[in-house]
Design a binder for this molecule. Structure first.
Ligand code: SF4
Length: 378
């Protein structure tokens, strides 16, 4: 490590959490607001080369020794076996991974094979987040997913057979036309597979998506009352099955909460590589350009991929941390809201917050209104 990096290290500390954005998808889902693009196999090798160069650029500036690495997207498993091998080996060659606790890769059931799963496991990935979304084929069609329920189940078993003992299943509720009975069956089917972690998100109609357009034309309609029922059922069925709700949308078997996501929620620094990826280091936040061709062009020319930066204040970070940690089972500490103490007490009085070990924590009723409670502290 050069002197420059050591100086930075002394000023801002070691980077412990890495996020890598792989933007390729075999198919574009009509509700998705993430930065992604259709898989173009003629571009992926160049893109992987650029990612490793990006890592090299960052290593020249920052001290990096990750506890967690998270490959998200997009669909990281849309990359071919040789590209994944090139990329992951490149991380091994460039980073000290002796402190690594968790290395997650998001996978879509349509792009999981036994060979790919075996390679990922061999190269040190120890957590897979599988984008199942639903076990109902009619709903999967509405969501525009490339896989069906049978493929998703097969992928789950492939991952287990490859040796993954930490698998998350991603699910969505509040889908167009979805009944409470369909959602119950999806939860029960998921539980029967015994994944270690379950994420259950409510569909939101995000701007610049096909679903948003269809909603504005009146073809699709959000139903907050039904969403609240889905959410209540999720908490009750998953908790009865032994999953702990450690964040509003995330449930795990004991010992399997996501170290990487918890780092975000508790305001730790993180470095993002890849197009559109955010980084927050100290009081500086930046985002890379959300265009993978431009990203690769810039990196390969030795230029910065940063598209925008923001200077944060300690106050901004504090309020952000409250809003995020509020969603977790630990909540936020009394000392972090000294100036808004009375606001917190009012929420306690109306039964949305409770006090636990010196922290304010959402009650069961408060979990349904988490966003409104968080807003009061911003
Ligand atoms: S696979 Fe995931 S990232 Fe790709 S379009 Fe669908 S939801 Fe978005």
């Amino acid at each position: 490590m050069n002197g420059r990096a050591n100086n930075k290290c002394a000023t801002i500390g070691m980077i412990r959490h890495l996020y890598i954005h792989i933007p390729f998808c075999a198919r574009i889902c009509p509700y998705c607001a993430f930065y992604k693009d259709l898989l173009d196999r003629s571009q992926t090798a160049r893109f992987c080369e650029a990612l490793l160069r990006d890592l090299d650029q960052q290593r020249a500036i920052l001290a990096i020794s990750p506890n967690t690495i998270y490959f998200g997207g997009g669909t990281p498993t849309a990359l071919g076996i040789s590209q994944l091998e090139f990329l992951l080996s490149g991380f091994h060659e460039r980073l000290d991974l002796s402190a690594l606790e968790e290395w997650t890769i998001e996978a879509n059931p349509g792009s999981v094979s036994a060979r790919k799963a075996g390679l990922l496991h061999k190269l040190g990935v120890n957590r897979i987040s599988l984008g199942v979304q639903s076990w109902d084929n009619a709903l999967l069609k509405i969501l525009g997913r490339e896989h069906n329920a049978e493929q998703a189940e097969q992928s789950f078993y492939i991952l287990r057979e490859a040796g993954f003992s930490n698998v998350n299943v991603d699910l969505m509720f509040g889908l167009p036309g979805q009944t409470i009975d369909q959602w119950r069956k999806t939860l029960e089917k998921t539980i029967s597979l015994r994944p270690d972690h379950i994420s259950a998100y409510c569909l939101t109609y995000e701007e610049d998506t096909e679903f948003f357009l269809r909603q504005s034309r009146g073809e699709l309609k959000a139903n907050p009352d039904a969403d609240a029922d889905f959410f209540e059922m999720t908490m009750s069925i998953l908790e009865d099955a032994g999953y702990e709700q450690y964040e509003i949308s995330n449930y795990s078997r004991p010992g399997f909460s996501s170290v990487h996501n918890r780092a975000y929620w508790f305001g730790k620094d993180y470095l993002g590589l890849g197009p559109s990826a955010f980084s927050t280091v100290g009081l500086r936040r930046w985002q890379n350009v959300a265009d993978y061709r431009l990203y690769a062009d810039r990196i390969l020319l030795g230029q910065s991929p940063i598209g925008s930066t923001e200077n944060l204040t300690n106050e901004m970070k504090r309020t952000e941390r409250i809003a995020l940690s509020l969603r977790t089972r630990e909540g936020f500490s009394r000392t972090s809201v000294q100036d808004r103490h009375c606001v917190a007490e009012e929420f306690v009085a109306i039964g949305l917050l409770r006090q636990s070990n010196g922290n304010f924590v959402l009650t069961q009723k408060g979990k349904s209104l988490a966003d409104s409670v968080a807003e009061a502290f911003l």
